[in-house]
Design a binder for this molecule. Sequence first.
Ligand SMILES: NC(=O)c1ccc[n+]([C@@H]2O[C@H](COP(=O)([O-])OP(=O)(O)OC[C@H]3O[C@@H](n4cnc5c(N)ncnc54)[C@H](OP(=O)(O)O)[C@@H]3O)[C@@H](O)[C@H]2O)c1
Length: 264
Amino acid sequence: MAILDQFDLSGKTAIITGAGSNLGREMALAMAEAGADIVGAGRRPEPLEETGELVRAKGRRYLARSTDVTDSSDVGALMDAAIAEFGRVDILVNNAGGGSAGRGKTLPEHTDEDWYSGIDANLSSAFFCSRAIIPHMVEQGGGRIINITSGWGYRGGRNRFMYPIAKAGVISLTKCLAMSYARDGVRVSCIAPGAFPHELGPETEARGGMQPAGEFGLMEDLGPLSVFLASDASEYLSGETILIDGGAIAAGVTPAGVVPTVAG
Ligand SMILES: NC(=O)c1ccc[n+]([C@@H]2O[C@H](COP(=O)([O-])OP(=O)(O)OC[C@H]3O[C@@H](n4cnc5c(N)ncnc54)[C@H](OP(=O)(O)O)[C@@H]3O)[C@@H](O)[C@H]2O)c1
């Protein structure tokens, strides 16, 4: 197959959790541009619909599905709805999550709620979604799972517990899934973004200047990598986590762009 044809996602269906905003939306649009139909999942319907309008404008089909990915029965209903609508699911992107629960708290201040809500949103969600779709992927002869971790999955932070621990778990989940389903044609990979601010302004620009690349990541930087990992172009790649951080971890710079001894 010609090199660029290997990146073509035509005829494939991708489920993307957290597709209503930022990195999830960016990956949905990139995969739609590469030819995939998209199922967008998240709790809030409005942002999912906004993503849907953008996906449909690219000529692809789109299903918005309100889902709490920390609830395994909700996750099961998401997979059933996707298969009912499109007949197949080729790609799952476990993107939903976030690092706010417990951020900046000392260990004794970290509540049970901080811990469980964060671990569930970042790690249990990826476990539940993967578990729910694997039988379908195995039956159809293969598929792609892309997990989203963080630079924080590689390191600790002062007064940061839930997020680095959850994201390290996502890297480990990637390896376990890859190993378990390698002979079923399921390829599992992980993207570790560095700092991708939701809004750009003078303050983020100044902090971005501390990064090795001289700036923070832009949302659109994520799209091509996600298409590569979703496509035939990455056929022999599995179990791997790919950092996309402008060299931040390589340089010892924290993903948040701050000195580790000063703040987490
Ligand atoms: N931006 C960065 O700098 C950065 C860096 C490294 C890693 N990451 C990771 O990249 C992923 C996306 O982050 P982002 O920056 O795009 O942030 P974001 O805009 O806050 O995206 C998080 C998405 O996850 C969804 N979500 C959260 N909890 C959910 C739940 N229980 N059920 C269903 N959906 C849920 C949210 O939708 P609803 O609220 O509607 O449910 C939202 O669309 C996260 O896993 C984050 O940890 C981000």
